[in-house]
Design a protein around this ligand. Structure first.
Ligand code: FAD
Ligand code: DLZ
Ligand code: SF4
Length: 513
């Protein structure tokens, strides 16, 4: 009889919760041991929102059970287990010792720090590409090679051709690649939208909530009410609800913001896709099927598929192409500390108060709140982009560095010098006023361009452009803005810059602004 082959360890991380993950597909249930662990290092390398920790721990526990039912041997460490080594490498070493295992099969983690930690293990570690994505790292690198600039739009067209989504042969369905110009409608407050399903906590989730409350209750964010789905069945219900009720008008309202509705026509699917409870492919397939059945117009189907097939794949490609130093980039040399208002300190700026409160309560804000409210303000105020990056990584339930860093450091803070976007996403208060109902209830007056009640975005916008003139004035997409600034009366320009400086001084002094 030949000796049975030594067991291998199969690592399944908290954001790899699908039986279709590469390491499981390469493994053998008769031989290998699946290792899953709730560990302090992952829960605290930034102080994640308690809802995010609870969501992942509950979903991990259910996934471990599902793998056992499917015939796998699973070593699952709960956070409070006395033997828990409290780190992913530590747990692998512990089980390697106990099992006499020398080999680890892992699916590529979504953060450089964990890839490096696995590579440093004194074990034979095979890191397999994460094939949940439409585009592999190698394919993205090939696409990027030799290009002067990486632009999402060109990448996206390539992906449409390659996958066939919304294509008629080699041409886009409807004759256009992008319907953005028909979107961007402000939301009407009286528009009826059916709220997405909310999920009651069962005994397993309640146990996790008690644990998270006890161990991470001091992290920023409200743990309860907790209404996240924590298994695939729940995530599929959310997908179905979105396709039936919200997708038809997703396109027109994707940039809108409303005080009483933090969801609008958005899907809320990002935590589930990123953690593995839904696949990007099945989500795009569902949108395509609804379009084919005539239930969704092209501008909504295209707008939605672009977010996943275009942006999501593009930022992943950028993260791995640019390397581990990416989150540290700071080409604009911004160094202001992140203001306390990001942690809920009082502010009279209604848009920011709203976005932060919603984030605290739900661990979610939609794209335009992230980009044009919290992100826009941090950029205009010159906040250190690494602190901004850590904030986004902490507070959102869908945040992992591969997706968060290019969105924050790149798209939102322009700290990568234009790898993700060709110009900074900055705006005065006028944009926020057009797309939301925030300004009417604000202490500041959005129409005031200077003076004691002038909207701070109006002051900081021009001060930012003036401060970074050398970098941006030559950008053809920004030349007109600089011409507008130069045409303003010199006295007005001086006043705006002085008032912007005074506002930032109050911010730095910790005065409520
Ligand atoms: P929808 O509006 O319904 O969009 C559908 C799906 O498209 C999302 O579920 C998501 O999977 C994908 N998507 C949309 N936009 C992007 C994008 N720019 N990049 C990648 N995927 C996208 N998204 C994350 O998943 N994790 C993050 O940590 C994250 N951090 C962000 C930080 C900043 C500063 C900004 C501006 C954006 C960030 N995003 C992040 C992108 C986007 O805001 C969220 O994906 C979106 O708000 C999630 O809500 P939703 O599922 O309702 O999205
Ligand atoms: C985000 C997170 C948290 C809070 N906790 C765990 C954990 O205890 N165990 C685990 O395996 N994964 C966790 N995760 C997800 C990881 O941080 C994630 O896999 C890496 O950041 C790579 O994307
Ligand atoms: Fe925000 Fe300015 Fe509008 Fe107030 S007036 S809500 S600060 S954009």
């Amino acid at each position: 009889m030949p000796e049975p082959a030594a067991p291998r360890l199969i690592l399944v991380l908290g954001d790899q919760l699908t039986p279709d993950i590469a390491a499981l597909k390469a493994g053998d249930p008769a031989r290998d041991l699946v290792v899953m662990a709730e560990v302090m290092t992952e829960a605290t390398y930034v102080r994640h929102h308690p809802k995010k920790i609870a969501f992942l721990f509950a979903a991990m526990r259910r996934h471990a059970e599902a793998l056992r039912r499917a015939g796998w041997r699973v070593a699952y460490a709960r956070l409070d287990d006395p033997d828990n080594a409290q780190s992913i490498p530590g747990e692998l070493l512990r089980h390697a010792g106990a099992e006499g295992a020398q080999t680890v099969l892992a699916t590529e983690p979504g953060e450089w720090r964990l890839i490096q930690a696995l590579q440093a293990l004194p074990l034979e570690v095979t890191i397999l590409p994460d094939d949940r994505f439409f585009c592999s790292g190698a394919e993205f690198a090939r696409w990027a090679e030799g290009r002067k600039a990486l632009r999402m739009e060109w990448f996206y067209r390539e992906m449409r051709r390659r996958t066939g989504y919304l294509m008629a042969g080699r041409e886009p369905v409807g004759g256009r690649w992008n319907y953005d110009s028909e979107n961007r409608k402000p939301a009407a407050p009286d528009l009826f939208r059916q709220a997405p399903p909310r999920f009651d906590a069962d005994a397993l989730t309640e146990e996790v909530l008690d644990l998270v409350e006890a161990r991470f209750g001091d992290h920023f964010g409200d743990l309860r009410p907790f209404t996240h789905a924590t298994d695939r069945a729940g995530a599929l219900r959310l997908l179905r609800h979105f396709i039936d009720h919200a997708l038809p008008e997703f396109g027109p309202y994707q940039d809108a913001m409303l005080s009483d509705d933090g969801v609008l026509n958005h899907s809320l699917l990002s935590p589930y896709i990123n953690a593995g409870l839904l696949s990007a492919r099945e989500v795009c397939d569902a949108a395509q099927a609804a379009f084919d059945a005539g239930r969704v117009p092209i501008q909504s189907a295209e707008g939605f598929i672009r977010q996943i097939l275009g942006w999501r794949e593009f930022v992943r490609g950028v993260y791995f192409l640019e390397g581990p130093d990416y989150p540290r980039r700071n080409v604009l040399r911004h160094d202001r500390a992140l203001p306390p208002l990001y942690w809920g300190a009082p502010t009279r700026m209604n848009c920011l108060a709203h976005a932060v409160r919603q984030t605290q309560q739900t661990a979610h804000a939609h794209h335009i709140q992230r980009l044009m409210v919290t992100g826009n303000f941090a950029l205009l105020a010159g906040v250190d982009p690494h602190q901004v990056h850590e904030w986004y990584l902490e507070v959102y339930d869908d945040a992992y560095e591969w997706v968060e860093a290019p969105n924050t450091v790149g798209m939102s803070q322009f700290a990568d010098g234009g790898v993700v976007g060709s110009k900074p996403y900055v705006s005065s208060g006028a944009y926020i006023d057009r797309m939301s109902d925030y300004c009417g209830a604000c202490h500041y007056r959005v129409k005031d361009r200077s003076g004691p009640r002038a909207c701070p975005f109006n002051l900081l916008y021009w001060a930012f452009l003036d401060r970074h003139r050398d970098r941006f004035a030559a950008n053809p997409r920004m030349a007109q803005i600089y011409r507008n600034w130069d045409r303003m009366e010199a006295g007005h320009r001086t006043t705006v810059l002085a008032e912007a400086g005074a506002f930032l001084a109050r911010l730095d002094a910790g005065e409520p602004v």
